[in-house]
Design a protein around this ligand. Structure first.
Ligand code: FMN
Length: 263
């Protein structure tokens, strides 16, 4: 390892000690300075939306929690079969579904996954190849409405997506690829220097819920951390960083989903 890389790695390790740095720095966060936050949900783009069904009890679910934890594994091969809209809806609800709002001036959401200070920085984007009733396109999940909106009405993303996923074709061609993009300012407003660490920890909860929810309905998934940041962000229409903009978004984590091939 050369000196420059070694220095960068050492700097990255400081992220793990964000508590210490923030406490020593004693700089007030934007919340402490009584600055306004930004909305806890991204406003719809105003394109056509698709209502998601919610009769999850009609899904065929198998396995106790013990079974699901024991059987969970990263699955990279999927059946030809499409996902149903109800299955996709259940997976979105399990990973980012909103249960309730709290607070007046700066409302926050409480969801099916935990988040530091309930700041929930993630927006979910879906690259859909094969879901019953949905044309191939890029979608954005609206958790409050529990709807999908067209993010990019284009079906020619496969090659660009494969490149953005560093050649991981199984993920680019899966029936659905979930991409979680963070709006870090939602967390920074309250936690300042601790925000980056917290939002990355949050991502783990989201993806683990996806793993377990997939297992329960005969689907499989695989966490994806190997991707080309600039290409994936560009595909989603985000401005390249670094940026101090409050609405700055960047992809953080991804996961393809498909029906399991029977063992
Ligand atoms: C943060 C993170 C990033 C990962 N990135 C990838 C990836 O880009 N491609 C891949 O095939 N698997 C990826 N994985 C899956 C791991 O390779 C997998 O979890 C590990 O081999 C253990 O296997 P298991 O999940 O079946 O227990 C990732 C897992 C995590 C938690």
């Amino acid at each position: 390892m050369n000196e420059k890389t070694s220095y960068e790695i050492m700097k990255n390790r400081e992220l793990l000690k964000a508590y210490h740095k923030a406490d020593a720095g004693a700089e007030q966060t934007d919340q402490e300075q009584k600055l306004p936050s930004i909305p806890c949900l991204q406003a719809p783009k105003g394109t056509k939306t698709i209502k998601l069904p919610t009769d999850y009890h009609s899904l065929t679910m198998t396995g106790t929690l013990l079974d699901l934890i024991q059987k969970r594994e990263s699955r990279r091969k999927y059946a030809e079969e499409p996902l149903t809209l109800l299955e996709l809806s259940f997976l979105l609800w399990s990973t980012q579904g909103v249960r309730r709002f709290a607070g007046h001036n700066n409302p926050v959401t409480f969801r099916n996954v935990p988040s530091a200070g309930s700041r929930h920085t993630f927006e979910t984007y879906l690259f859909i190849n094969h879901v019953e009733g949905l044309p191939k396109a890029i979608y954005h999940y609206l958790p409050e409405e529990h709807e999908l909106e067209f993010w990019e009405d284009r079906s020619d993303f496969s090659q660009e997506l494969t490149d953005a996923l560093c050649g991981q074709r199984f993920a680019a061609f899966a029936p659905v690829l979930f991409v979680w993009a963070s709006i870090p300012y939602r967390m920074e407003w309250r936690y300042g220097l601790k925000a980056a660490k917290y939002l990355l920890i949050d991502a783990g909860h989201v993806c683990e819920n996806l793993y377990l929810a997939c297992e329960s309905i005969g689907c499989g998934t695989c966490a994806i951390g190997a991707y080309d940041q600039d290409r994936l962000d560009e595909l989603l229409g985000f401005l390249p960083g670094p940026s101090a903009e409050k609405n700055y978004s960047c992809a953080v984590y991804a996961a393809p989903v498909g029906k399991r091939i029977s063992e």
